[in-house]
Ligand binder design. Structure first.
Ligand code: ASP
Length: 352
């Protein structure tokens, strides 16, 4: 009997792992998303489609490099998210959407599945990498969530890079704000100080035609030591007001990881609904109760949809199986592991 047949027979006898996977479980595994939403083939030009695939591959590689070299799941999550926070294509860090007042207010969270420690920030305006601030809250403060000026001050106090407000500015998101405010009949604020003149950023990819509010980024990882971690970072929703905070920094809503349950989750979508459905925590509960990552993720995004919220999730299980589930026409996403090359996808009907 060859090894595959032996493993299959053993698995069938014990009723445990899926035979094919029992042999193939990767040493480490990594998955990312760059937001879900109304993303259709007709709404992306070939150049835009290609630009997103390149950007996703770059972020995947940043995380994979950490894991390949024996690094930890948290480091991989942070590395990939920082790459996407610096990339103006995504609604996180540089490229974040604007509030109704014409500011960028950034939210992020990270969670370590091994001990259920977590850190989150909301309403940052000055910290270049919100995911690094979330991690610092987790590791270097006695708290779980910090907001606003205090959160930026804490990030600065632990040495995280602070930037001018204009760092986060992109013409594409500014135009998105103007469009949203015009539709709402609300006044359009002054361009932020230090923002480049209209037309000065013409070299950047134009916005997809039907672009809606999504574009959040996230990552989930299993490292070679078996540790699970998840992280998410966002600018939130275009034209948000009154200090609005979405699901991303709410632990259990947009972000959750638990080695106990065997899951790591990062979500993107209509934050208000994802909070109410406690999407990320519920996915972990479903997995702990025996569901596959795919079924758990799909059941939960469907549940949020039944309340009225659309979006998607990425899930990693304790065996390094990534899962992607969505209720939208697309989600920028990708996965890589110790035994599978990097693969990225955009539209819902793509294999990954
Ligand atoms: N979930 C994010 C929020 O509500 C938005 C997104 O995923 O694009 O802030």
């Amino acid at each position: 009997m060859n090894r595959t047949a032996f493993v299959s027979a053993l698995a069938a006898l014990s009723g445990l792992a899926t035979p094919a996977f029992a042999q193939e479980a990767p040493r480490w595994s990594f998955a990312i998303h760059g937001g879900a939403g109304v993303i259709e083939r007709a709404s992306l030009t070939p150049d835009q489609d290609a630009a997103y695939r390149v950007a996703l591959t770059r972020a995947l590689e940043a995380g994979a490099a950490v894991l390949r070299n024996g690094g930890g799941a948290l480091d991989a999550v942070q590395a990939a998210i920082e790459v996407m926070e610096d990339d103006p294509l995504f609604n996180a860090g540089r490229g974040a959407v604007f509030t109704a007042a014409g500011r960028n207010e950034l939210d992020a969270a990270v969670m370590d599945g091994t001990d259920l420690t977590a850190g989150a920030v909301a309403g940052l305006t000055r910290t270049r990498h919100p995911i690094a601030a979330a991690r610092a809250v987790m590791e270097r403060s006695p708290h779980v969530m910090l907001i606003g000026e205090g959160a930026d001050a804490f990030a600065a106090s632990v040495g995280l890079e602070q930037v001018d407000l204009s760092w986060f500015f992109t013409e594409r998101r500014w135009q998105g704000l103007e469009r949203t405010l015009r539709e709402r009949g609300d006044p359009i604020p002054e361009r932020p100080q230090g923002a480049p003149a209209p037309g000065a950023m013409a070299g950047l990819p134009a916005p997809p035609l039907n672009e809606r509010k999504f574009g959040t980024v996230g990552a989930v990882a299993l490292d070679a030591e078996g540790r699970l971690a998840a992280g998410t970072s966002t600018g939130g929703t275009t034209g948000k007001r009154w200090g609005r905070v979405g699901d991303v920094p709410v632990i259990g809503a947009g972000t959750y990881a638990s080695n106990r349950d065997g899951c790591a989750v990062s979500a993107t979508g209509d934050g208000e609904y994802y909070i109410r459905a406690s999407v990320a925590r519920d996915i972990c509960a479903r997995i702990a109760a025996g569901a596959t990552a795919q079924d758990a993720g799909q059941a939960e995004v469907d549940d949020a949809k039944s309340l009225g919220g659309f979006g998607g999730v990425i899930v990693m299980d304790r065996d390094g199986r990534p899962a992607f589930a969505m209720t939208t026409s697309g989600m920028y996403r990708g996965a890589v592991s110790s035994n599978a090359d990097a693969e990225v996808a955009i539209y819902a009907d793509e294999a990954r």
